[in-house]
Design a protein around this ligand. Structure first.
Ligand SMILES: C[S@@+](CC[C@H](N)C(=O)[O-])C[C@H]1O[C@@H](n2cnc3c(N)ncnc32)[C@H](O)[C@@H]1O
Length: 227
């Protein structure tokens, strides 16, 4: 097979907020690899979830955060730049995506972020060895209906181990019959929808990016059932 050099394009996202006439901002530079795989690009959901992370940055200082199916890892990197202790993960079976997570960390000068292979639905040694967690991030991890239950198996496992943790997740409505409601019920999980206007994400352009466009992206917080 021909061994072609990888083509990388840099994308810059700028998150900002004005408070008492003062502008606070954060830049993240992400290397996107020109490759047909899903995890090599930033998805509209990632910009929306990163905006939620940015607007809740005060709650993230010194918190332990895991990103699932991180791909280019925008939300996880924003969390790390806001003071959280972050672990990025993607499928253990897709080394290219794990490499991409590491490339993003290098690009943003974040040598302390750990990257691990966590495949949804699999209880692997890397999953068992995770430290305690406060927040689990998942951007566009509910995109393939056949994977929904595996994603929720991983989430359930993590929430049972970390009963106070929350899962912050965004999904894109791609079809009318998209629903995880019955699976949330089956796995005894609670879910609250967060309107995008609550965190200024109800815009076609966010963080200097036109990615959100007119896609229908939803944000929800999943928690375990209190015992
Ligand atoms: C639609 S992409 C979203 C990527 C990134 N979170 C974003 O929003 O830009 C889905 C991600 O899930 C990862 N993924 C797919 N199947 C997976 C599995 N079985 N276990 C873990 N991650 C998986 C892909 O490699 C990819 O990074």
């Amino acid at each position: 097979m021909e061994n072609r050099p990888i083509e990388i394009v840099q994308k810059v996202f700028t998150f900002e907020e004005y408070k008492d006439d003062t502008r606070q901002s954060l830049n993240v530079s992400l290397p996107e690899v020109l490759d047909p795989h899903y995890g090599m690009y930033v998805w509209p959901c990632a910009v929306v979830l990163a905006q939620y992370v940015w607007t809740h940055r005060q709650h993230l200082i010194h918190k332990s955060v895991l990103e699932l199916g991180a791909g280019v890892s925008l939300p996880g990197v924003v969390a790390a730049k806001c003071g959280a202790q972050v672990i990025l993960s993607d499928s253990a079976e897709i080394p290219l995506c794990l490499e991409n997570c590491r490339r993003t960390c290098k690009e943003n000068d974040l040598p302390n972020i750990l990257t691990v292979g966590i495949t949804w639905g699999e209880i692997s040694p890397d999953l068992l060895l995770l430290p305690s967690l406060d927040i689990i991030l998942g951007s566009d991890v509910f995109y393939e209906p056949e994977d929904f239950e595996n994603v929720l198996v991983t989430i359930t496992f993590l929430l049972r181990k970390n009963p106070e943790a929350q899962v912050w997740t965004t999904y894109q409505e791609r079809s009318a019959d998209w629903s995880i409601e019955s699976l949330l019920h089956k796995w005894n999980l609670q879910c609250v929808n967060i309107p995008l206007e609550n965190f200024s994400a109800n815009k076609e352009q966010l963080a200097g990016s036109t990615l959100p466009g007119n896609h229908t992206v939803q944000m929800m917080i999943i928690t375990g059932t209190p015992s």
